[in-house]
Write a protein that binds this ligand. Structure first.
Ligand SMILES: *Cc1c(COP(=O)(O)O)cnc(C)c1O
Length: 423
């Protein structure tokens, strides 16, 4: 089904770029997007992020700017901050970080010195680059101490976290990650951080929307600092926020500006405000619980097809499939799924014997398909497509992949995505 053309001014001014945007819209409409860090923002969020607010420079904070003409921008930022504080129940929110990675870097800048020990989950275990992994600035400018999961259960090894924390005395302990299918025990991390004299940073980038909707426990009051992106389950624009108790407000604000950034992206701040307003609605509670219900249904259907899931299933929006027993490398599976109209990413699994650029797993999640209104009773069909595509990838059966792609497009046409041009 062809989407109607939109963006008339862009088409007139730059047909080449407009054609690329239209093609991306069509791709997003036709495919089943299972990347757990992605979502579809609402038309309202899209509109806010495309406003003239982007024309304004506003270094500083509301009431304390280095440029004049802030009569409106101050109100926009205050609105976003107020909504963030109320949605997450925190004293302080900074909505200016350009994205999740700079937000995390600001936390280091605020609370650690170069060379200090800092602790986070190892990237191949499901952590994030910015939690002290070697190739990241956070791992080369600081001394990254990395924890992992139990080999047998796939669950975070809290004994290891505690032992390492007491031995190494890190300034910061990060919890949260990019491939964690299970509930994070913020209280247990807080206890360890307290014992070790570290600040606990809860990086809720992936699960912020679930927390806002009550589908995952909140890191409040356990974490000293909360870092989040706004564009994953929270369903806002690409951006980030840092939240904390009042005692850390000054340090965080100083680290973001002037420590790390210049002028905030006001159009993004506006779109964050819209997303926070949407996330405070009862329908978003339903959404976040539906994301989890879909993931659980999808996980159980995949188990039924004989797939190995890291930790045996999921508590949240994310499923990590270990394809070792299916004898298909993650990258081959991911590329075959892409040709079948099912968009995932290949991913390391804990203790992966393969290389990060060619690992054993794929990572999938349900935030996007839930935004399109798919329900748990439809997940067995999704699992069957995944299984057929992975089976086809083993034999290079391209016609089978093309057939799945057509079936997927038909279901997607019946479930239009938020934010895309509608007929
Ligand atoms: C996505 C993510 C980030 C980084 O966000 P970017 O906006 O991509 O820089 C940081 N931490 C975690 C846990 C994430 O999942």
């Amino acid at each position: 089904m062809s989407l109607p053309l939109s963006h008339p001014a862009l088409r007139a001014a730059d047909p080449d770029l407009a054609a690329l945007v239209a093609a991306e819209e069509q791709l997003q409409a036709d495919t089943l997007r299972l990347i757990p860090s992605e979502n579809y923002v609402s038309t309202a969020v899209l509109e806010a992020s495309g406003t003239v607010l982007q024309n304004k420079y506003s270094e500083g904070y509301p009431g304390r700017r280095y440029y004049e003409g802030q009569q409106i921008i101050d109100q926009v930022e205050r609105l976003a901050v107020t909504r963030a504080r109320s949605l997450f129940g925190v004293d302080h929110a900074n909505v200016q970080p350009y994205s999740g990675s700079p937000a995390n870097l600001a936390v280091y800048l605020a609370f650690a010195q170069p060379g200090d020990p800092v602790m986070g989950m190892a990237l191949p275990m499901g952590g994030h680059l910015t939690h002290g992994w070697g190739v990241s600035a956070t791992g080369s400018w600081f001394r990254g101490i990395q924890y992992g999961v139990h080999r047998d259960t796939g669950l975070i090894d809290l004994d290891q976290v505690r032992d390492l924390a007491l031995k190494e005395r890190p300034k910061l302990i990060f919890c949260g990650g990019t491939a964690l299918p299970r509930t994070i025990d913020f209280a247990a991390f807080a206890e360890i951080a307290q014992e070790a004299g570290a600040l606990l940073v809860a990086d809720i980038a992936h699960i912020a929307g679930l927390i806002a909707g009550g589908a995952h426990p909140s890191p409040v009051p356990h974490a000293d600092i909360i870092s989040t992106t706004t564009h994953k389950t929270l369903r806002g624009p690409r951006g980030a926020m840092l939240m904390a108790r009042a005692e850390h407000a000054k340090a965080i604000d100083k680290a973001i500006f002037p420590g790390l950034q210049g002028g905030p992206h006001n159009q993004t701040t506006a779109a964050i405000a819209v997303a926070l307003h949407e996330a405070a609605q009862p329908s978003f509670r339903d959404y976040s619980h539906a994301v989890v219900a879909n993931a659980k249904s999808l996980a159980s259907a995949l188990l039924g097809h004989g797939y190995d899931l890291v930790s045996g299933g999921t508590d949240n929006h994310l499923i990590l499939i270990d394809l070792t027993s299916k004898d298909v490398p993650g990258k081959i599976a991911a590329k075959a799924l892409d040709r079948a109209g099912i968009v995932v990413n290949y991913n390391t699994v804990p203790y992966d014997p393969r290389k990060p650029f060619d690992p054993s797993g794929i990572r999938i999640g349900t935030p996007s398909l839930t935004s399109r209104g798919l329900t748990p009773d439809q997940m067995p069909a999704v699992a069957a497509w995944i299984d057929r595509a992975i089976t086809a990838s083993r034999t290079g059966d391209e016609p089978a992949l093309a057939k799945i792609r057509a079936e997927v497009a038909e279901l997607m046409a019946a479930h239009p995505a938020p934010g895309l041009p509608a007929g």
